[in-house]
Design a protein around this ligand. Structure first.
Ligand SMILES: Nc1ccn([C@@H]2O[C@H](COP(=O)(O)OP(=O)(O)OP(=O)(O)O)[C@@H](O)[C@H]2O)c(=O)n1
Length: 534
């Protein structure tokens, strides 16, 4: 470099009448040289034949340096080719099991990456609690979805992908009824899952409180309400065997009925969540409770206002009462079967459904039902699982429709003959079809009489299946919790986003370049005049 300067800079400054200085002082001379005006043109032409190439070389070097600087800045900070991590959760519900695969950017090691559902798989067959008498089959039933999961998660990620199984109300009930049988089902399921290439983390029964709280986390996480510290959405979950309500209320600080409180610190915000799970009030068990009420005297036939006119099926008492929710109410001396027929009358159905709730006992300041404390409802609510299945089938997901109109619509639906219903819905399972009149009535009764939604607050409910592509349910919240994916404190964010950083570096580089060109102004002048002379 010094050699370069001796060769090029020194001849550029003939007007300084200097003899070549020691190399170390050459840099110091550059500004002096440039600040002193140009030499006489004739002199320059004579003494400095290099002035034009020097200007070009300095300009080229400047451009190269600046371009290199910008390229380094851009490359250093460019978003890397996205790599993902995965987590798998099996939701072993009372009516069925579903597998969910979640995905998030691998480089977000401070847990700021968004977790999204990549794929879901519905296990064929009933829930694992139905395999109490043949536990091996519970494990086998999961194989098809596990194979599917192997296709969806890249092979190199298999060993590090955590795999969880969480069981809900079906297994809660089996555990109450026969804990040895429940253990055997878990053993069989565990054996099957250990054979998968994923990192199996165990299978367990979630408490009703966990199910409610993780459902609330899922809904609020997917809505970005937690990371942004926004007002939260309550969660209403209706399963086959239990139902959960979870919300934040200013009125609730956990002092009244502390067993309903769950505390979270998420992204630097504290949440005091009210949550309650009603075992036996999922839609299938609620149906049993209702039928148990209708058959308490052990009749041969039951005329049911919650079934369509023309509905006519023989049912076994042993099957109806085969659940801890109703087993202690089995009528003595009842026949083996009863004839279940429909009359399709919503108002009467509502009266029958109300019988399964206890609205009178309450030792707290206020209750939902069955003596359970509930603070005043607050904020919007997301209602998912069977809430969605039923309301979407009945075309009742629009909660801006007044409750009275919703009831009238349901009234017309229930009054429709069974043969017409079957004919109009050839693609829907008869088991589901037979239940939508009851389920619709049950949902409205649970929401309005049970949880105390009014005609006004009913419109705060959103019946949802998915939020931004991920299913609403407890599984995502459960995985986020077990993988510590939601930080307690808000993570530090870089002072500038990538685009801002690159822009600033580029602007600085351009400014330096312009300053450099200006500092070379004396040389341009000489060069231009020389061109004219020549
Ligand atoms: N198209 C569908 C699918 C399901 N269902 C009903 O919805 C309920 C299942 O809801 P889900 O959230 O899957 O419940 P589970 O997880 O099986 O039950 P739980 O959480 O109580 O263990 C069942 O009553 C089932 O009959 C329905 O009515 N229509």
């Amino acid at each position: 470099m010094q050699d370069l300067l001796t060769r090029f800079l020194f001849p550029m400054c003939p007007h300084l009448s200097l003899s070549p200085p020691p190399p170390a002082t050459l840099w110091l001379l550059l500004p002096v040289c440039l600040s002193v005006g140009p030499p006489p043109l004739s002199e320059m032409k004579e003494k400095n034949p290099w002035h034009s190439p020097v200007a070009i070389i300095i300009t080229v070097i400047g451009v190269i340096v600046i371009v290199a600087l910008v390229i380094v800045a851009v490359l250093q900070n460019r978003p890397l080719a996205q790599k993902y991590k995965y987590g798998i959760v099996l939701d072993a519900g009372s009516s069925h099991t579903a597998l969910y695969i979640y995905e998030w950017p691998a480089e977000k090691d401070n847990n700021t990456g968004r977790v999204e559902q990549k794929h879901s798989c519905k296990v064929i067959g009933p829930g694992i609690s139905s395999y109490a008498s043949a536990p091996q089959k519970a494990g086998e039933s999961l194989k098809a979805c596990m194979k599917e999961a192997e296709q969806w998660v890249p092979v190199k990620r298999h060993p590090e992908t955590p795999l969880y199984l969480g069981a809900t109300a079906g297994m809660r009930l089996l555990n109450i009824e026969n804990s040895a049988a429940s253990d055997k089902v878990f053993e069989a399921v565990g054996e099957a899952l250990q054979k998968s290439p994923f990192s199996y983390q165990g299978a367990r029964i979630l408490s009703g409180q966990e199910e409610g709280a993780f459902g609330w986390v899922t809904v609020n996480y997917l809505d970005d309400r937690l990371s942004q510290g926004l007002e939260t959405t309550g969660a209403l979950d209706l399963g086959g065997a239990s139902t959960q309500i979870s919300f934040v209320s200013d009125q609730y600080d956990g002092s009244e009925s502390p067993s309903n409180a769950v505390n979270f610190r998420l992204y630097g915000n504290d949440y005091e969540l009210y949550t309650h799970s009603f075992l036996c009030y999922g839609k299938d068990q609620a149906q049993r409770l209702k039928l148990a009420h209708q058959t308490q005297s052990g009749p041969n036939a039951v005329e049911d206002p919650c079934q369509h006119p023309g509905y006519n099926t023989t049912k076994k008492y042993s099957v109806l009462y085969d659940s801890p929710c109703v087993s202690n109410r089995k009528p003595q001396g009842a026949p083996a079967t009863f004839l279940h027929t429909g009359t399709g009358n919503v108002k009467q159905c509502q009266d029958v459904v109300k019988n399964i709730f206890n609205f009178t006992d309450c030792k707290y300041s206020q209750c939902s039902f069955n003596g359970v404390y509930q603070p005043s409802l607050q904020g919007p609510f997301g209602a998912f699982s069977a809430y969605y299945f039923v309301t979407s089938f009945l075309n009742l997901t629009d909660t801006s429709v007044p409750l009275e109109d919703v009831r009238k619509k349901l009234e017309r639906y229930c009054a429709t003959s069974w043969s017409q219903i079957v004919q109009e819905h050839p693609g829907v399972k008869e088991k589901y079809l037979a239940e939508y009149c009851f389920s619709g009535t049950y949902i409205l009764t649970l929401l309005t009489e049970g949880y105390n939604f009014t005609s006004e607050s009913y419109s705060n409910i959103n019946f949802i299946k998915k939020i931004k592509g991920s299913d609403a349910g407890w599984t995502l919240g459960y995985m986020l919790n077990l993988t510590n994916m939601i930080p307690a404190e808000a993570p530090d964010s870089p002072p500038l986003p990538h685009a801002g950083y690159v822009s600033i570096v580029s602007i600085c580089a351009v400014v330096i370049f312009i300053l450099l060109l200006f500092s070379l102004r004396p040389l341009w002048a000489r060069h231009c005049k020389k061109q004219q002379i020549v």
